[in-house]
Structure formats: structure tokens, C-alpha cells
Design a protein around this ligand. Sequence first.
Ligand SMILES: NC(=O)c1ccc[n+]([C@@H]2O[C@H](COP(=O)([O-])OP(=O)(O)OC[C@H]3O[C@@H](n4cnc5c(N)ncnc54)[C@H](O)[C@@H]3O)[C@@H](O)[C@H]2O)c1
Length: 319
Amino acid sequence: MKVKTVVTGGAGFIGSHLVEKLVSDGYEVTVLDNFSSGFLGNLSRVRDRVGLVVGDIKDLKTCLNVFKEAEIVYHFAANPEVRVSSIEPKVHFEENVYGTFNVAEASRISETVKTVVFASSSTVYGDASVIPTHEECGLKPISIYGASKAAAELILHSYSTLYGLRVVVVRYANIVGPRARHGVIRDFLVKLSRDSSILEVLGDGRQRKSYLYIDDAIEATLLAATKAEASYSVFNVGNEDWVEVSEIAKIISEVLGIKPRIVYSGGTRDGRGWPGDVKFMLLSIDKIKSLGWRPRYTSAEAVKLAARAVARELGLLRE
Ligand SMILES: NC(=O)c1ccc[n+]([C@@H]2O[C@H](COP(=O)([O-])OP(=O)(O)OC[C@H]3O[C@@H](n4cnc5c(N)ncnc54)[C@H](O)[C@@H]3O)[C@@H](O)[C@H]2O)c1
């Protein structure tokens, strides 16, 4: 019999790639998504092979109905916009904290849900004092988004301890690839689609972060989900290296075959892109590597592949 899984946020960027892989691995999958940032088109390759519930994780009854008989819940629904979080903090509390509480509560009540896999973020570390940052480093988020992810992790930790729920937390670096609707790559491509002669980079361009291609991220996620032995485990999922934002601007210009004038503006006084932006992010990935995983692409390769894919989606590239 097929193992029943639920993917919250399964119509989003990462969620839809995860759903495709789960389906091809023989799992029965139900997607729970409110389509606030997800798209039905993201599921076009698997639409006839997955259950789809259009609903909101902020509604406990909906979660209870969808989780009935499920064994594994991949909790990926969230508002993922770091920038929005400093403008409207309440949104992130409701979507990411209260939403996760409902996911935990519905898992507890369901009696069939054994495992929750949670999409957390490198932003929980804030401006880390140790780089590469390992999983035992302190959580000192500097954005409301990061705080909401840290709070969600702690809620799940208490459910794991109190009710025996198996919890696997994956703290993602920047995940890039086709279908991504937010983040620096799409942002630059959209700007260049309006005016290819100039590219405005927020901050001083010296922000340096780690980028992971979506296929690598999904592989690592499923490995952690199946192999984690502890009842509560946390894995960083990122790349071995990082890349500067100014380098990303160059890669994207090359992908489009253009030479825009690059201007650095906006941002904060200390060169961040926006308040709450972590300027330097590189995760230690030794723990996930010990399970037998390696990223196939470097950060720069991941950015290039993703830029090509998103440029095609935006109609900026043909091949
Ligand atoms: N993309 C990244 O680089 C990255 C990095 C770290 C963590 N994450 C986390 O990974 C997860 C997926 O991110 P993504 O980049 O695919 O974003 P996304 O916006 O493409 O996907 C989020 C999905 O959740 C759905 N959703 C949002 N609120 C919901 C609600 N209340 N009820 C039901 N569905 C809801 C959206 O419609 C969307 O389909 C998120 O939890 C995000 O915080 C992403």
C-alpha cells in the first residue's frame, strides 16, 4: 500500500517540485494550498495523480480533514517574503507561526501522522557569528520572517517531546530553480525585462550567500525525511560555497546576453538589501552530507541554471 503524504504549500515553488518527486517515488500525495502565492500550473505534470484541497492552514478543521489517514506531512506553506515581514509582521505571525501550530495540532489529533517535515530557513540564525553556520549555533533572527520560522521550529519541538511526533526540520539556504516567484534572480530578471540597459541592485552588492539548485534541495529533503533517526532533528540544506550579489548580476546579464549598467542603491546603511536582510550566509552542511548527500551544482552554477529557467518562464529566452 502507498504511504499517504500531505504537502502543505504543495502548489508553490519548492512544494510543487517536492510533490513531483514524491509522486514518482510512489507516494500517495494530497496538496493543501490556499494559492496565495502558489499556482495550479506548478502542478501540471502531476495534476491527475495528486489530491488537491484548496484550503488554508490557518483553519484547524481544514488541516484535520486533510490529514486524516496521512502518515507524513511536509509542511511547506508559509509567507516566504522576508521583505514583507518587516512591513507587515502580523502576516508572518499568522501564516508561519499560527499556521504551523495548526499543522502540529492536527498532526497530534490525527493519530495517523507520524512525521512532520518542516521547511525552515537559514534566516533563523540571523547574522551568525560562526560561518559556515552549523545546526547547533544559536537562533538569533534579525527579520520577523526568521523569527516566525524559529518560533515554528520550537512549537514542533514541543510537540515532538510531548506527543512523540517525529519532526524533521530542514533549514534551507536560498533555493533556486524553475517556478521560483521570489528572490534575487526573478527580481533582477523582471527589472531587466522592463529596461535592459540598467540593473538596480539593492544594497552594496557585497552580500554573499549560498544558493542551492531545487533538485539538490529536494533530494536532500527526502533523504533527511527518510533517514533522520532522532525523534526531532534539524538539518541545514545549502551549498558548499557562496556567491556575491554583484556576481549574480553578472551571471544574469550573461545569461540574457546583455551588458546593463549596474547601479547599487536603496538598501541599508551597512549595505544590506533591506532591513532584516542577512548579509553573509553560508551553512555548514556536514550533517546532511553524513547521510550520503552532496550538492550537484555550486552556488554560481545553481544561479545560472535557475536564471535560464526563470528567464524562459518570463519569455526572455527562447531555448
Ligand atoms: N525559496 C527559498 O529559498 C526558501 C528558503 C528557506 C525556506 N523556504 C521555505 O520553504 C517553503 C516553500 O517556499 P517557496 O519558496 O516554495 O514559496 P512559495 O510562495 O512558492 O510557496 C508557498 C506555498 O504555500 C502556500 N500558502 C501560503 N500560505 C498558506 C496558507 N495559509 N494555507 C495554505 N497554503 C498556503 C502558497 O500558496 C504557496 O503555494 C516556505 O515555508 C518557505 O518559507 C524557502
